[in-house]
Design a protein around this ligand. Structure first.
Ligand SMILES: NC(=O)c1ccc[n+]([C@@H]2O[C@H](COP(=O)([O-])OP(=O)(O)OC[C@H]3O[C@@H](n4cnc5c(N)ncnc54)[C@H](OP(=O)(O)O)[C@@H]3O)[C@@H](O)[C@H]2O)c1
Length: 328
């Protein structure tokens, strides 16, 4: 496992971070046994992962609770990222942080993120509350998610986020147009969420019809799918054509497709890590293998070329769902 230093070298994190959204067993992911979640977190640690990402939103705190329980006395050996959402006023942020601390069973959060930018409350107020939490030792470092160039520029005078957590994977390259360059200019490293495009890059789904409905709602899928609300036509044909070609590259190189897809991301300029979800020990062990994998320039070029038409078709809107708050 490779480790990277972030936060002015104050934190050393595994390049593969375990994302804990699916542990919530919510409408997106379907049911999840607690014993499996705990075993997955323990397997992550055994595989060298020391970085875990969760949020108050995931199962209304349940993901945080399970993570805290699974970490137990190892809490101080790992880096925990959590987030608050739609609570941008100072008092709400303080309350959200207290709830997250209770859920996690800890007295500090290493990386505290704004989950989505709120434009109803000035950033200055939110940042002040976050700085107060930092001064009180309840959070160690401040971070953001889903900040496009406009929001990033607005917040930079108030704080420098330790990372900007963004959607990025072979099938979702929208941030390459404007957001990644803006992060590079601001020297803000990127951590990549949904790095396997919610399971698509494992190659286990043969068509969009195979993908569970809760997940088939991103803008890659047709807006006609039952849970989709983005109202766009999607790019299902291009997606599954690209997946078949990516699978062929993996097969020819003798690589695991999921780990190869994560390794492609880890080779991108400005990327500090991949935040990959897993629901079983077997999945996290596969995914952790990316932390030791370096792709040849030829494989990287082939993967770039295969996914370029999809990147061009989807364009620069990096929001996977067309969330009400959007990315700007
Ligand atoms: N900041 C934000 O706004 C934001 C948004 C989204 C996600 N996130 C974070 O990013 C993390 C990862 O994103 P994500 O969960 O959306 O997507 P992902 O990491 O691309 O996909 C994870 C899912 O793929 C399947 N999978 C993973 N590894 C596998 C393997 N080796 N073999 C077969 N299937 C495998 C699992 O689901 P199945 O077994 O059910 O197929 C797993 O839950 C989240 O947990 C969360 O921490 C942040």
């Amino acid at each position: 496992m490779k480790y990277k230093k972030i936060a002015q070298e104050q934190l050393e994190v595994s390049s593969v971070c375990m994302g804990c959204w699916a542990l919530a067993g919510d409408a997106t992911w379907g049911s999840q046994e607690k014993a499996d979640s705990i075993a997955t977190v323990r397997a992550a640690i055994d595989a060298g992962i020391n970085f875990f990402d969760t949020a108050e939103l995931y199962g209304k705190g349940y993901s945080e609770q399970v993570l805290g329980e699974a970490l137990g006395s190892d809490r101080d050996k790992v880096v925990i990222g959590s987030k608050f959402i739609r609570r941008a006023k100072a008092a709400d942020i303080t309350a959200a942080c207290e709830e997250s601390l209770t859920n996690l069973g800890t007295d500090y959060i290493d990386l505290y993120h704004i989950h989505w930018p709120s434009r109803e409350v000035p950033f200055a107020e939110s940042v002040r509350a976050m700085e107060d939490l930092k001064s009180a030792g309840k959070v160690r470092h401040l971070a953001v998610c889903n900040f496009g160039p406009g929001d990033l520029s607005d917040i930079l005078g108030l704080m420098t986020p330790v990372v900007n957590q963004l959607p990025y994977n072979l099938l979702w390259r929208a941030i390459e147009f404007e957001i990644l360059p803006a992060c590079a200019d601001a020297e803000v490293p990127v951590t990549c969420y949904s790095p396997m495009m919610q399971g698509l890059l494992t190659g286990k789904f043969r068509s969009a019809a195979d993908v569970p409905a809760g997940r088939a709602r991103t803008r890659l899928y047709s807006g006609d799918r039952p849970e989709a609300s983005h109202g766009e036509s999607g790019a299902e044909e291009e997606v599954f054509t690209a997946i078949a070609a990516i699978a062929k590259v993996a097969d020819e190189a003798g690589l695991d497709m999921a780990a190869m897809s994560l390794a492609w991301l880890l080779g991108r300029e400005g990327v500090a890590g991949v935040i990959v979800g897993a629901r079983t020990p077997e999945q996290i062990r596969h995914n952790a293998a990316a932390g030791d994998m370096a792709l040849t320039p030829d494989i990287t070029r082939r993967l770039d070329k295969i996914t370029e038409p999809l990147k061009q078709k989807m364009g620069s809107n990096a929001d996977m769902w067309n969330c009400p708050s959007r990315m700007r």
